[in-house]
Design a protein around this ligand. Structure first.
Ligand code: PLP
Ligand code: ZN
Length: 414
């Protein structure tokens, strides 16, 4: 479909640019270059970007749209996403022998994961481009975010998920009243089907397929927020969970933009990636020194990260290598330990992806790859209430007793 629109609708965005060959296209639906099939990304008008200042951001709303001048669309669909807490994690830092550690806690978003950020931009782009149906292939959190945003925007939603998803992600999608299709297959099967369906249903906006260039830009806002919350400066190290790899590349893009625009001093930083061993294609490529990512068949409790064929895997590798970071992976047992460690030390209940990140932080420290003395931020991207099964076997009442003082005394909990 073609939609002709005024430029201002797209903010500072200028075009769609191929990441491989640099070919440019008019802003609109589409995610692959017609010349070389490379992925398309939003290109910006540098002069328009340069009008963004700390003061203009400060004058904006207390949501991710305060960075609207750096995003490719105006906020048509708004669930008041973003501006989540950045917590100084002194207890966890002490336990790990680190000096300064922060947790950026994106479980505080409307549907309790960072996916609300990407969907805010994708849904606004979909509306702006004239789509009436919002759709996606999801590992869980995206399903929640798409169904909620569509409900709020008065759009129909059609969400595709693997049928073995956690109940905490199925119920929390279905409740918004859209169409929810469970596929007997893994995420990569779901994603492949969606690519085929999107060829047939041209009037459906698949947030991570035909409007993916817009979608991915939403992840930049977590990077912007960290810099602003640190007092307009960048940390030295960041640990980011990897599914498709888009989030990791966009944190880097955000910090490069802030540096170029003079919103922060251009200080060096190292980007680290975190995966679960049961789905660690990007970590495997990093360790082997490869530029290509060999697809895998996922098997891990960290289902939100279980993408066996990550679209942005090679770009995540680029960012990590360019900044001098590393990528590591951890077992499912370590993921559970990571969830418990963060909960026990900081009172933050993360989903399995957060457990992956905390456990990977520890693994990187143990391997001497991450500097314990350098200021570090880790991303908690989702809420533990959605993945209760991961910790249910080890998170139980200390004692179950009769309602009597005698029983209390006998229980030995005083
Ligand atoms: C989707 C997701 C990620 C990673 O996203 P990508 O951009 O695909 O790498 C991380 N954490 C959670 C909880 C997610 O749902
Ligand atoms: Zn190209």
């Amino acid at each position: 479909m073609t939609t002709v629109l005024d430029r201002p609708t797209f903010g500072a965005a200028a075009n769609l640019t191929c990441r491989e060959c640099g070919a440019t296209y008019d802003l609109g639906p589409g995610n692959a270059c017609e010349q070389c099939f490379g992925p398309l990304e939003i290109g910006y008008d540098d002069t328009l970007l340069a009008s963004v200042t700390r003061a203009s951001i400060d004058a904006g709303p207390r949501t991710m749209w305060r960075y609207g001048g750096l995003l490719p669309v105006a906020p048509v669909v708004d669930l008041q996403v973003g501006c989540t807490r950045l917590i100084k994690a002194d207890n966890l830092a002490r336990e790990l022998g680190m000096k300064t550690l922060w947790v950026k806690d994106d479980s505080g978003n409307p549907t309790h994961s960072f996916k609300d950020r990407v969907v805010a931009v994708a849904a606004s782009a979909a509306r702006t481009l004239g789509f009436s149906v919002l759709s996606c292939a999801s590992t869980g959190n995206l399903a929640n975010a798409v169904a909620a945003a569509a409900a709020r925007a008065g759009m129909r939603s059609v969400v595709f998920i693997p049928s073995d998803l956690e109940a905490g992600k199925v119920v929390t999608t279905a409740v918004y009243g859209g169409t929810l299709v469970a596929i007997d297959g893994n995420y990569d099967d779901v994603n492949r089907l969606c690519a085929e369906v999107s060829g047939e249903q041209e009037d459906w906006a698949f947030v991570n397929v035909n409007v993916r260039p817009f979608y991915a830009e939403g992840s930049k806002t977590i990077g912007y927020e960290i810099a602003e919350q640190l007092g307009w400066r960048l940390p030295s190290q960041v640990v980011v969970p990897i599914a498709s790899g888009a989030l990791l590349t966009k944190v880097d893009k955000a910090w490069r933009e802030f540096s170029t625009l003079g919103l922060v001093d251009a200080s060096p930083y190292r980007v680290f990636g975190a995966q679960a061993t049961g789905c660690s294609p990007v970590s495997a490529a990093f360790k082997a020194g490869h530029d290509v990512v060999q697809p895998v068949r996922p098997s891990t409790i960290a289902k939100s990260l279980a993408i066996g064929n990550p679209a942005d895997g090679i770009y995540a590798l680029d960012v990590v290598r360019r900044t001098g970071g590393a990528i590591a992976d951890v077992s499912d047992d370590e993921v559970v330990e990571g969830i418990r460690l963060l909960a026990r030390t900081e009172g933050i209940f993360a989903e399995t992806a957060g457990g992956v990140t905390v456990a990977t932080l520890r693994a990187l420290l143990d391997a001497g790859q991450l500097d314990p003395a350098a200021e570090t931020v880790i991303l908690n991207t989702g809420d533990g209430l959605k993945t209760l099964d991961a910790v249910a076997p080890v998170a139980k009442p200390t004692a179950t007793i009769a309602p009597s003082l005698a029983a209390f005394r006998a229980a030995g909990v005083a």
